[in-house]
Write a protein that binds this ligand. Structure first.
Ligand SMILES: Nc1ncnc2c1ncn2[C@@H]1O[C@H](COP(=O)(O)OP(=O)(O)O)[C@@H](O)[C@H]1O
Ligand SMILES: [Mg+2]
Length: 465
């Protein structure tokens, strides 16, 4: 193992100006109070350059997850996976962490709801309640109960594997795998049908719905056969069989429906259903779920990272879908936080570093934002964050307060005042920075009061060292 190596940031600016000396300023993780790093600057200022420097300066036993928004953070030894609607690589957000203390159904459901809540299209109170119930039901159908950790272990199957199980009608096998967003959508559609028919999806109502589903399915396949028959003569026998099957299913559905009507007691069953879920709310949830599925980011298709130590998520193709991207990154961060907590405390050693470019999209001041959780609570679990953005004002207060390293590069004048206010520094310091020539760095060393130091990135050959 090679240890973290100090990185040369540059030379003290005032030493060069006043004393004609090149006094090197090093970033030395061994000396720093913590491993969080913030890099800010306008585009072209060198953020990506410095991300690479800091990543390469890490000890070679540190795992690194790079969320590469621009697709330009190339690092030697990194395994890169492209995330797009075409590759469809993604993580199933319904996979549970089975740890009784850090995992479970309620946390997973809260993660989904929190992540959606941070997008530009937040959930209304009714939508949130409906989604929560749908998710609970989707877990319940797999025998997974929020109150029983023994039921939290399931297999993580890929979309293709799940498809095979369905084709083989392996219902027992299907119960062994976690539910997916597809399952939730299917369930939601079924509830919608129930609402249209005024039937509750339980007991007798459920049998009626199943019969109705089956009727629709056979009817559709009968129509398909009829179309095919018009072009290529296939057996009339088959058609006749389907027709008679349809007839018997129809009778069954009618019988079920009759029983249901006869057993209705209060006459308010329909109102009850409507009271809890309106068709509009349910339909809006279905649309949301389908949009999420379309991005592929939340499908069960694990990206081929293998055992790579440095994992680079190339998310450039998704840069336009900001809401989905925000959810994806927050889900990953939540999962990473849980993984590291489960591994236990690290004794102050850095075990894993998350790199986030264009951080404006992902930061806010709420306590449940995973960025703030990492900034405030994950030091003892060996997890740190390196983020880069156009201005320090795009990083949360919690992050700025805790970052052991802050590197300010040339900043657009429109950002000067906001950044100076947030950092409680003189805006003059921000004005002097020249692209790729000068910057400022704040290194919080153990037991020292942090101060910004102006640095020149270039050595002056004629000066003393
Ligand atoms: N300190 C530096 N030393 C050498 N080259 C640099 C330095 N900073 C930036 N560059 C170069 O400037 C260009 C733009 O930098 P980049 O890191 O992509 O900017 P940003 O990510 O802030 O948009 C790149 O070609 C990069 O290699
Ligand atoms: Mg960049």
């Amino acid at each position: 193992m090679t240890y973290a190596s100090p990185v040369l940031i540059g030379y003290d600016y005032w030493r060069q100006r006043r004393d004609q000396r090149n006094e090197a300023v090093h970033w030395d993780p061994q000396k720093l109070a913590n491993h969080h790093i913030g890099v800010s600057g306008t585009s072209g200022a060198g953020k990506t350059h410095w991300i690479r420097e800091f990543v390469e300066g890490q000890s070679d036993d540190v795992e690194i997850d790079i969320f590469d928004y621009h697709g330009d953070i190339e690092v030697p030894g990194a395994q890169t996976v492209l995330f797009s609607e075409t590759t469809q690589y993604g993580y199933n957000p319904l996979v549970l962490n089975p740890d009784p203390h850090y995992g479970g159904v309620r946390r997973a459901i809260n993660d989904v709801i929190t992540a959606i809540g941070k997008t530009s299209r937040q959930l209304g109170t009714n939508q949130e309640a409906v989604l929560r119930n749908l998710l609970l039901d989707a877990y319940a159908l797999k025998g997974i109960s929020p109150s029983n950790p023994a039921t939290w272990y399931r297999r993580e199957a890929t979309d293709a594997q799940i498809q095979q199980l369905i084709e083989r009608q392996d219902w027992a096998g299907l119960r062994e795998v976690y539910p997916t967003l597809q399952d939730v959508t299917t369930l939601a559609r079924r509830k919608l049908k129930a609402l249209w028919m005024g039937i509750e999806d339980k007991d007798e109502g459920r049998q009626v719905l199943t019969a109705f589903d089956e009727f629709c399915r056979v009817m559709a396949s009968l129509n398909q056969r009829r179309m095919k028959n018009a072009s290529q003569a296939s057996s009339d026998m088959e058609l006749a069989q389907l027709e008679s099957k349809l007839g018997s299913i129809k009778t069954k559905a009618l019988e079920g429906f009759t029983t249901f009507l006869e057993r209705m007691q209060s006459g308010r069953e329909f109102d009850e259903v409507v009271k809890y879920n309106s068709k509009d709310v349910l339909l809006s949830i279905i649309t949301r779920l389908e949009n999420l599925q379309a991005t592929g980011l939340f499908n069960s298709n694990p990206p081929p990272f293998g055992n790579a130590r440095i994992r680079r998520y190339n998310i450039k193709p998704l840069a336009q879908s900001e809401d989905e991207l925000l959810m994806f990154v927050h889900f990953r961060l939540q999962a990473i936080i849980r993984e590291e907590m489960q591994r236990g405390e690290s004794g102050g050693r850095l075990r894993r570093l998350v790199v986030l470019d264009e951080c404006k999209l992902f930061n806010d001041e709420t306590r449940d934002n995973p960025i703030n959780i990492i900034a405030n609570q994950m030091r003892k679990f060996g997890l740190a964050l390196l983020q880069a953005g156009q201005s320090p004002a795009h990083m949360s207060e919690d992050f700025l307060a805790s970052a052991g390293t802050l590197l300010l590069l040339n900043m657009s004048p429109t950002h000067w005042d906001g950044a100076a206010r947030k950092l409680k520094i003189d805006p003059k310091m921000l004005r002097f920075m020249q692209p790729q020539q000068t910057g400022a760095v704040r290194l919080t060393e153990k037991g020292e009061i942090p101060m910004f130091r102006q640095v020149s990135f270039n050595e002056r050959p004629t000066f003393r060292t």
